[in-house]
Design a protein around this ligand. Structure first.
Ligand code: BG6
Length: 503
């Protein structure tokens, strides 16, 4: 996310992808590289090195990526641009259990460096168990050594650890090999324009910040509801669950952007410091509090739109007796001056009635006294809604007088929709992230402290659920809006979830 008026072209760079034939590289990285090439945002001296675990000719990899682009491109393909991009692709076979193969990778990259492409970006589009072995080997061969003249960067996908302990260990291990500044921990939510806009909306406008605190905000709801079911991801998902898959990363990124203090500068250090601070201020709950303030659910057969979905437990590669949650709702508080006493309700789940990602900020109710002697029975609630999906935009809900001779009041919406104002070529959401890795801007990437603060906040929930086993797992019908218990969680406080379908 460059702060310059015109995006600058990155330095010459060799883009090394581990897991180049995998789903992530096919679905997101390849089309994003193409979109960057089309936008003229790749350096002239650029090449892709795909690392595969089994022998593959460069020509076959070239064809494989071209095929992936045809399948997943977000825009019509310009053949000349695509050929130029893929002509630079070479394939290297390397496996971290074989030192010699990494020595060969080094020799390959040295030869490319001798042609003037000395900066190297290592993108680990691989399962998390491979992060450490690969980075260890890159460290051993000296490939991650940043000599000050050319740069070396390491890009890591989520999930970053499976709990606080493993996240700490992974940070510790990586930081023995590279400096924090060389690591780019990707959370694809930060690639979404609407998510990036939260910072701008809050801090480039003077009118909301004075009321963005416990004096004026009643509570905040963060929702990521999905219609998709577990699909073919059973083995990953059943070992992971909704909490680890979504909370300490995606939902907490939204939470951090909405609640952080204003950074003094728009740079990676200041922004990441403030995000880390607020995540560290999430109150760590006791096991009893964690159980009381959370609901975990699992879907059973039902209909989502026109799709019939079976029980989660009958999905491929899922344990038939699984107690893995496919839905989570939780209540958190943030223990600092700005937010003390304001509840944050977070929920996410699969196989729900509709796809919706939003942050809804509910302001405190105006005093009703003035309307007591009128026919008005109640005031509508004042929400500010930051819509991320399906509607990208911002809506402010307020009360207004219904025209006519009597005093009648109705809630109305003031809406801003991105698509009404900006023409943006469809993208994968990875373009800015990849571009930022190449220009060396870490602002949209997670720092070690932020990651650990996120795990610290969810750890009591994970521990309490582990201990409770299957007790407390609430079942919900696919196509519903979550388990009944999730409604009870918020209604206990005299509040209600916003509907996940409808505007
Ligand atoms: C991924 C999770 O990180 O995010 C998936 O692993 C989830 O389970 C996805 O479906 C949601 O992303 P988005 O951008 O569709 O909200």
């Amino acid at each position: 996310m460059t702060s310059a008026a015109k995006p600058r072209i990155p330095d010459p760079c060799c883009f090394v992808i581990f897991g180049v034939t995998g789903d992530l590289a096919h679905r997101l990285v390849t089309p994003a590289l193409y979109n960057l090439a089309e936008a003229g945002l790749l350096p002239d001296k650029f090449c892709v090195v795909g690392v595969t675990r089994t022998e593959m000719q460069s020509k076959s990899l070239h064809e494989d990526l071209m095929k992936a682009l045809r399948q997943f491109a977000t825009r019509p393909i310009n053949e000349a641009i695509a050929s130029k991009l893929f002509d630079c692709v070479t394939s290297v076979n390397a496996d971290p259990s074989d030192h010699g193969s990494f020595d060969r990778l080094k020799a390959h990259l040295d030869a490319i460096a001798a042609r003037g492409i000395r900066n190297q970006l290592f993108y680990l589009a691989v399962p998390p168990t491979a992060f450490k072995p690969i980075s260890d080997e890159l460290g051993r061969t000296g490939l991650l050594h940043d000599d000050g003249e050319s740069w070396r960067r390491l890009v890591i996908e989520k999930p970053f650890g499976t709990d606080l302990k493993s996240a700490r260990e992974l940070n510790h291990d990586l930081l023995k090999i590279v400096t924090e500044h060389q690591i780019y921990r990707i959370d694809h939510y930060l690639g979404k324009e609407t998510v990036q806009n939260i910072l701008v909306f809050r801090f480039a406008n003077g009118m909301f910040e004075p009321i963005w605190n416990r004096n004026h905000i009643d509570h905040v709801q963060i929702t990521v509801s999905e219609t998709i079911d577990v699909g073919r991801r059973g083995s990953f998902y059943d070992a992971t669950g909704a909490m680890r898959d979504m909370l300490p990363n995606h939902l907490f990124q939204l939470l951090a952007l909405v609640t952080m203090e204003p950074p003094s500068r728009f740079d990676a250090h200041s922004v990441r410091t403030e995000k880390g601070e607020v995540l560290a201020a999430i109150q760590v709950q006791s096991p009893e509090e964690a159980l009381r303030n959370s609901v975990r659910g699992q879907y059973v057969a039902g209909r989502v739109g026109d799709r019939q979905i079976g029980d989660y437990r009958s999905a491929p590669d899922v344990d038939p007796a699984s107690i893995t949650e496919t839905y989570v709702a939780m209540k958190l508080t943030i223990d600092n001056w700005r937010w003390a006493g304001v509840p944050f309700y977070l929920r996410t789940g699969k196989a729900l009635a509709s796809k919706r990602t939003e942050v809804a900020i509910r302001f405190k109710q105006a005093p009703f006294s003035m309307f007591r002697a009128t026919a008005v029975e109640r005031l509508s609630q004042n929400y500010l809604i930051i819509g991320i999906e399906p509607t990208e935009g911002i809506t402010l809900q307020f009360n207004t007088k219904v025209p006519g001779p009597t005093v009648a009041i109705d809630g109305v919406d003031m809406r801003f929709k991105y698509k009404d104002h900006f023409k943006v070529a469809p993208s994968t959401g990875y373009e800015t992230l990849i571009y930022d890795c190449m220009i060396g801007d870490n602002i949209l990437f997670q720092r070690a402290d932020g990651i650990e603060a996120g795990w610290q906040a969810v750890q009591p929930f994970i521990d309490a659920w582990d201990k409770a086993g299957g007790n407390g797992l609430a079942l919900y019908r696919a196509g519903a809006d979550g388990p009944r218990e999730a409604h009870e969680l918020i209604e206990r406080d005299g509040r209600r979830w916003r509907k996940i379908d409808g505007e």
